[in-house]
Design a protein around this ligand. Structure first.
Ligand code: SF4
Length: 337
């Protein structure tokens, strides 16, 4: 696509905030109905319960945590699928809640997403070219021929053939379909891509190819990634900064290598203990949590990990630990520090 065509795409003004995306004290609660028809109870499910972080230009910020920790709800809020209950999400300093229609269009052009299962988001009767060019329909300055040219261009960028534009999704393997999803995500030249478990459903060898492709695209085109994953090796390979979430809260946040070499929070240590080491000779501190994770409708008071934590002290059940710095670019929330 020429610069002229991209200049015609909708835009959003940059505020004074130096970060590309800033999540500030984000809370996302859902009211859910439980009990019987005659005796209904309303519960509050705290999917995200007060998290803050920022994604800088050209960087990968990863969120890691077990299923149900709130990482996908965070991603959905950033994609404007969920609305914050409290707190805010700021894009180039602008609160997403306050964007007008034109600015929302610009935001949707600037922030794209790739999900775990690309096939479920593809219409099996839609040709690949139409799937890839769908986000470009927001750019009214582009005609159909220009959109198709862009689709051919991005297909080649993700390692497929420009002729694949007229094929259907079922004609591709799982790894190729993920390449098509990436082609769609980069077609509008976004600034940030939300990658929600993008390689979890792929074989190990294909997984490495897709991660290398994502890294190469970032190097050449400067995309920022918000990378959501539960596989620690993948997170370590992809990220510069990693946040560890548990029951809707950030437990620890650090530069990737520091976090993997010196995890401080008992939850991070337990998460790493439960994963296979990169090499069988690597010795690691064994930290095992007790019981199962609490329900997000019934989060324990004090430190939310205290019912499971092997290091819990009396204060842990009483007082929620503060979020504090424990090293250069390393924060945690735990009474041990
Ligand atoms: Fe464990 Fe207490 Fe730290 Fe929570 S605050 S992680 S219960 S030691």
């Amino acid at each position: 696509m020429s610069d002229v065509q991209m200049a015609d795409a909708p835009k959003i003004a940059a505020g004074a905030d130096p970060s590309l995306l800033r999540v500030d004290d984000l809370h996302v609660y859902f009211n859910i109905r439980r009990g019987s028809l005659l005796n209904p109870r309303m519960l509050v499910l705290k999917a995200v319960d007060g998290i803050s972080f920022e994604v800088k230009s050209g960087e990968t910020f990863s969120i890691v945590g077990e299923s149900g920790c709130g990482k996908t709800t965070t991603a959905r809020s950033i994609l404007k699928v969920e609305t914050p209950t409290r707190g805010g999400i700021f894009w180039r300093g602008n609160d997403l809640q306050n964007l007008d229609e034109l600015e929302t269009k610009a935001y949707r052009t600037s922030v794209q997403a790739v999900f775990q299962d690309p096939y479920s988001s593809m219409n099996p009767r839609m040709r690949v070219g139409d799937f890839i060019t769908e986000p470009l329909l927001l750019n009214l300055a582009m005609n159909r021929a220009e959109r198709r040219e862009r689709a051919r261009d991005v297909l080649v960028q993700v390692g497929l053939r420009s002729e694949d534009i007229d094929n259907f999704p079922h004609e591709f393997s799982g790894g190729q379909r993920q390449r098509i999803a990436i082609a769609r995500a980069i077609a509008s030249s976004p600034q940030m891509i939300v990658l929600d478990e993008p390689v979890s459903s792929l074989d190990v060898s294909i997984r490495a190819q897709i991660m290398n492709l994502l890294k190469a695209l970032q190097d050449t085109q400067g995309f920022s990634y918000l990378f959501i994953a539960h596989h620690l090796g993948t997170v370590r390979y992809m990220s510069r900064i990693v946040g560890v979430m548990y029951l809707g809260r950030m437990m620890e946040l650090s530069e990737s290598e520091d976090l993997f070499n010196h995890p401080l929070h008992p939850y991070t240590q337990a998460l790493f203990s439960a994963a296979l080491p990169d090499h069988p000779d690597i010795e690691r501190k064994e930290v095992l949590l007790q019981d199962d994770v609490a329900a997000p409708t019934d989060i324990p008071g004090g430190c939310r990990l205290h019912t499971r934590c092997p290091f819990a002290k009396p204060v842990c059940s009483q007082v929620e630990p503060e979020w504090k710095p424990v090293g250069p670019k390393h924060w945690t929330a735990c009474h041990l520090y």
